[in-house]
Design a protein around this ligand. Sequence first.
Ligand code: AMP
Length: 430
Amino acid sequence: MRYRRLPDMYDVLPFPPDRDPWLHAARWRYVETVFSEVCRRFGYREIRTPVLEPTELFVRNIGEATDIVSKEMFTFTDQGNRSVTLKPEGTAPAARACIEHNLFTAHPQLKLYYIGQNFRYEHGQKGRYRQHQQLGVEAFGAADPAMDAEVIALAMTFYEQLGITGQQLRINSVGTPQTRPAYREALRDYVRPFLAQLSPEGQKRFERNPLRMLDTKDENDLRLLANAPRLVDYLDPESREHFETLQRYLTRMGIPFQVDHRLVRGFDYYTHTVFEITSDRLGAQNALGGGGRYDHLVQDCGGPSVPGIGFGLGMERCLIALHELGIALPVPDESPFVFLITLGDPTVVRPLAVQILADLRRAGFPADMDYRSHRFPAQVKRADELGARYTLILGDTEATQGVIQLRDQSTKEQRAVALDALIPTLRTLA
Ligand code: AMP
């Protein structure tokens, strides 16, 4: 019996696989480090929340009519008879945790980041996985569009730092829960005469969640919607002012953007600003990441009235874009600095080698040896395969004389070093 991973899941491997070299753990770590450093530069602190949350948290806040809640959640009943859900997004859990730990009292402006796993039961599209990782931030407490601009600037700085170019930022405003019903009806009125010509998905959305009709890739739907009323024309003066100020700030920051009147995104909790960053390197699933403002979410989760804005960037999409752009990441060298090789009587040299290896590691050197073979050529081959910088060769003679042969693997130079001088000598070479 051989087991395989579940559909639309992936493994991240210790060596770059031939087919998808981006599924290489060292690259993931590098990108995560860049993201954490950019977040720290912008004054964001890390939060980690559980992968399981009460189902209600998502149903109520993401919205029952959204794709995520209506068909994509991994929900089950646990042994305590609770309905629990593997988190499909990071914002509602972050809000839940901040309320639960009373963080808003001491920190009226609270800026958080996370690197977390999301679970959505997706249906076999390229670039869509059932477990995917998001790099996210949530900035709570300020309703000022300067906060929107900061959050967007953080995402753009992150991509810039990685060397990703050619991505597009699109922004829109979805207004407020007060202004949206009027727009929703205007949109329905516009579509009603040719509803029968709309795709089946479009027709479903017409009933359940009309704004989502705009978020389509169907060519015919796009043609039918070309002259649809625009959200921006239904904004109240305050929302419009917010949107215009954000655009002024982005311009001042030198961040190019496009206003996209069809951008609505898949969560009901958004208010005012929504944005998405796309890359033409990704094919059909071209969204690198996106986010938006959610001024009522904290209150809807049972907390105080605290506005917020955040984003989630797809880790897989980011790594695929880096790969497509041919950007080689400076991933840290995982080869051993020294590799110990023994020859001669194993009962004499092996115990000493094991002790030296422990001392080297305690002193901080990446050091290794071959436990499988005592044959000299096999051990040398292993050292080469692992790309060791130095080998240390310990034979019977060396063991009795208290020395070891130190060999530079690139120059092939070799010299004997007294065992008690080994660590200081290696320090001069590191
Ligand atoms: P969302 O939380 O839906 O706004 O998604 C934010 C970003 O996460 C998207 O722009 C994608 O880059 C990424 N993403 C969302 N869902 C998936 C998925 N199923 N597989 C891979 N990446 C995803």
